[in-house]
Write a protein of this length. Structure first.
Length: 201
């Protein structure tokens, strides 16, 4: 197995946001700010790496009947640790804006898709690389959408105001439909570029 291929899959070829179109709930909720998107993406990545490693270690010990339940418990444990760390060290405004979406990592479809399809069938190192690549791909997807939405909707990036004229702000971009419009346009551009270059996906 080529680890570079795993990394390429997560970041580009099988990007969970732009290709698989997964985890739209956090995409809608946290991408009004680039900072929130990065923190949410990195928190999810950390949980994915830890959970994938743990599942890979115990995969031969778990009967099929309890595999999903065990995965939920393992993921919930790591999410709790990440939540406590954010509450202890992250600025209060970050915790307030992310709110319920950190605990909802427990039911993130990207995470369970990788646990079931990859970590439960491969060794610890391969599972960790796969989780890292998918997590970073998720973070990249959130970040790209967030930068576009924050700039067009608020006239700022990372909180730094770039457009001082409020009349130039596209307010719908800071609302949930703005995430759908942004994601749709990015996917359309990606498909168009693939058609131009002869790609199949």
């Amino acid at each position: 197995m080529k680890y570079t291929e795993l990394i390429g899959n997560g970041l580009i070829r099988k990007n969970p946001v732009f290709v698989q179109v997964l985890a739209l709930c956090p995409l809608l909720a946290v991408t009004t700010s680039a900072v929130n998107a990065i923190i949410m993406g990195l928190a999810t990545t950390a949980v994915m790496i830890c959970a994938s490693s743990a599942i890979s270690i115990v995969r031969k010990l778990l009967p099929n009947e309890v595999r999903i339940a065990a995965a939920v418990i393992i993921v919930a444990g790591f999410v709790t640790v990440v939540e406590f760390l954010l509450e202890a060290y992250a600025p209060p405004e970050i915790n307030e804006s992310l709110g319920i979406y950190i605990p909802l990592i427990v039911v993130n479809c990207i995470l369970f898709a990788r646990l079931e399809s990859f970590a439960s069938k491969n060794n610890v190192f391969a599972s960790s690389v796969d989780a890292l690549s998918m997590g970073l791909g998720f973070t990249l997807g959130l970040f790209v959408v967030a930068v576009i939405r924050e700039f067009l909707g608020s006239g700022s990036i990372f909180g730094y105001e770039l457009l001082h004229d409020n009349a130039s702000h596209v307010l719908i971009m800071v609302m949930p439909p703005g995430a759908f419009f942004t994601l749709g346009i990015i996917i359309m551009i990606r498909k168009y570029m693939q058609m131009r270059t002869g790609g199949t996906r």
